[in-house]
Write a protein that binds this ligand. Structure first.
Ligand code: COA
Length: 188
């Protein structure tokens, strides 16, 4: 199902998104900001990956689209654990500098959490961020994530080790955000 937020539409990955996704995966700035890492991805590698790619009961990936700017980034859930009602957030990226700090990632997260808690019947979503990634820490805080721990020196980037902040949001945390901010009020 396609998900609609206040400004975003979360929809499946289409062939025409591949170039943007490849650029995101190969861009050194994103590699610096994310917890994960990858070798360079060629068009051929990516096409082979896309041939096999399907959302499944363990992982959902979305393209973030806005009416004004079209495809602007990605978000998703991975490691979905149906027994314990949990999943991890994955791959949140906003593709162009000019589109950042306009609330797009916040709306994408609120939309994804609404689906996770009210449709998939999950109870918690895990997250993590490198300690210097203030934008990611701020977005996750705004949508209800709480800091649950620190993995010291867990990530090696730019010649040095960095701590990873472990985060988690429960359904009740998300509901507290809605109650406090009236986030979805105009949808009623
Ligand atoms: C993290 C990211 C997705 C946020 O996207 P976005 O659409 O700009 O996020 P939003 O506009 O919804 O919110 C950003 C918040 O962070 C704040 N912020 C941004 N940069 C900041 C900084 N350097 N220091 C402190 N706060 C910062 C913004 O002011 C805003 O908070 P506010 O609404 O209280 O003012 C985007 O920066 C990105 O793509 N980063 C690279 C990939 C990445 O880090 N992914 C997360 C991996 S864990």
């Amino acid at each position: 199902m396609i998900l609609y937020g206040k400004v975003v539409k979360l929809r499946p990955i289409e062939q025409e998104d591949l170039e943007m996704l490849r650029e995101l995966a190969n861009d050194p700035w994103y590699e610096k900001m994310i917890v994960g890492w990858s070798f360079p991805i060629s068009q051929k590698d990516q096409e082979e990956w896309y041939k096999e790619y399907k959302c499944n009961d363990k992982m959902i990936r979305y393209i973030i689209e806005t009416e004004e700017d079209g495809a602007v980034g990605m978000i998703g859930l991975r490691d979905i654990d149906w027994k314990n009602g949990s999943a991890s957030g994955g791959g949140m990226r906003i593709a162009r500098k000019g589109l950042r700090t306009k609330g797009i990632a916040t709306d994408a997260w609120m939309t994804q959490l609404k689906y996770a808690f009210n449709e998939l019947r999950l109870n918690r979503v895990n997250g993590s961020a490198i300690d210097y990634n203030k934008a990611s820490l701020r977005v996750t805080e705004k949508v209800g994530f709480k800091v649950e721990g620190v993995q010291r020196q867990a990530i090696f980037k730019n010649g040095t080790y960095h701590d990873v902040i472990l985060l988690g949001v429960l359904k009740e945390d998300y509901e507290e955000v809605i109650a406090k901010t009236g986030y979805w009020d105009e949808d009623k």
